[in-house]
Design a protein around this ligand. Structure first.
Ligand code: PLP
Length: 374
């Protein structure tokens, strides 16, 4: 097939409408049941979702919270991280990873990412560990695994905590274990576009440690042990019942949906020979939250795809160290070359539930025809 403007059709970067069309009955029923019971906060749905998600992840405890960002912040709080402490994370992530560190009064120490996996660079982490380092937050970027085994080993050696930012990695795994269950605490986001997405904001923190669980359980609800008995510092960051009801429906299909994404991603890889894509670690499984390529003429490529009706996005156009809101950290241009290079060259291609093989072919051919003509 020759790709020209006449073949243009609309392939959105992302849509939930195909998923909703398929599960409409089941989802509507779940929502209606919450409306009928009139239990909107911390009821049966949240309790059951926490139980089911724990069993899915094979982890002891899950606490539903209001968002992934809150989850990261509550995880830091539970581990006693605060003012004067340093927390290491990567420059190439969604801003929330660094925001959470700042929110508890600690200092984000940024490091660069690896040029093949785009994941946190473990050698750079090693260099930044100091007496003040309390925790590392590796992000499982784009839904693929970071070098989580090496990271937990390094952390143990230096007696620092690992909080996994698994906000993009629902159902992804390393060896036989699900991501989010390697560190002291794992954090998930249920923002609608995530592989397990709610119909609004939502998140969860997961742990195998009972003490941390108790702290997290109280901290998401005003530090409350029982009504009006406040044992510890806490905020209002509860997952609500409507979201939990939707998540319970969608959790049942998560593996099946991830598998479908993996097949589409494999098709992209097959068709896009010669185009640089994210390297996935051996012995790991990505849920392909995002399918990311890099291209030296990224902006022109994006414009070309847009002209053909193909939606794309950039994750992320400005690395955290160059954001105005993190200027106070004192980093500058050139500090993290790989993150900066990625910001200039990466492009996320369409990938969502219900996308067809044919649509992947169309996007791939469009990309290859750009390659040829440029
Ligand atoms: C989505 C996301 C978050 C934050 O999640 P919210 O639920 O939107 O607060 C944090 N880190 C990463 C890497 C994310 O992709």
């Amino acid at each position: 097939m020759k790709v020209n403007k006449k073949h243009a059709r609309t392939i959105p970067f992302f849509t939930l409408s195909r998923e909703y069309a398929k599960y409409k009955k089941e989802i509507n029923k779940a929502i209606t049941s919450v409306l009928t019971t009139q239990q909107f906060v911390l009821g049966e749905q949240v309790r059951l979702f926490e139980k089911e998600f724990a069993s899915y992840l094979n982890v002891r405890y899950v606490v539903g919270v209001n968002s992934g960002t809150d989850g990261l912040m509550l995880a830091l709080l539970a581990l006693g991280v605060g003012p004067g402490d340093e927390v290491i994370t990567q420059a190439n992530s969604f801003v929330a990873t660094a925001t959470a560190i700042r929110a508890v009064g600690a200092t984000p120490i940024l490091v660069d990412v690896d040029q093949e996996t785009f994941q946190i660079n473990i050698f750079e982490v090693q260099k930044k560990i100091s007496k003040k380092t309390k925790a590392i937050i590796p992000v499982h970027l784009y839904g693929a695994s970071s070098e989580i085994e090496k990271i937990t080993k390094l952390a143990k050696k230096h007696k620092i905590f690992v909080i996994e930012d698994a906000c993009q990695a629902h159902g992804s795994g390393y060896k036989t274990q699900k991501l989010g269950t390697f560190g002291e605490i794992g954090v998930f986001s249920f923002y609608p576009s995530k592989n397990l997405g709610a119909y609004g904001d939502g998140g969860a923190v997961v742990t195998n440690n009972k003490k941390l669980y108790q702290l997290l359980y109280m901290a998401r609800n005003h530090g409350q042990e029982k009504k009006y008995i406040h044992k510890t510092y806490g905020i209002n960051s509860r997952l609500d019942e409507l979201q939990a009801a939707v998540l319970r429906v969608k959790l049942k299909y998560l593996d099946q949906h991830n598998l479908a994404r993996q097949m589409l991603a494999r098709r992209y890889v097959e068709l896009l020979r010669g185009v640089k894509t994210q390297h996935i670690l051996p012995n790991s499984v990505s849920n392909y939250y995002l399918f990311v390529i890099t291209h030296t003429k990224r902006d022109a490529l994006q414009r070309y795809l847009t002209s053909l009706g193909i939606g794309t996005l950039i994750h992320y156009p400005i690395p955290i160290h160059l954001l105005d809101s993190f200027k106070y950290l004192g980093y500058g241009s050139g500090d993290f070359p790989m993150s900066e290079k990625l910001a200039k060259t990466c492009l996320s291609l369409p990938l969502f539930f219900g996308m067809t093989r044919d649509e992947v072919t169309f996007v791939s051919q469009a990309l290859l025809s750009f390659q040829k003509s440029s």
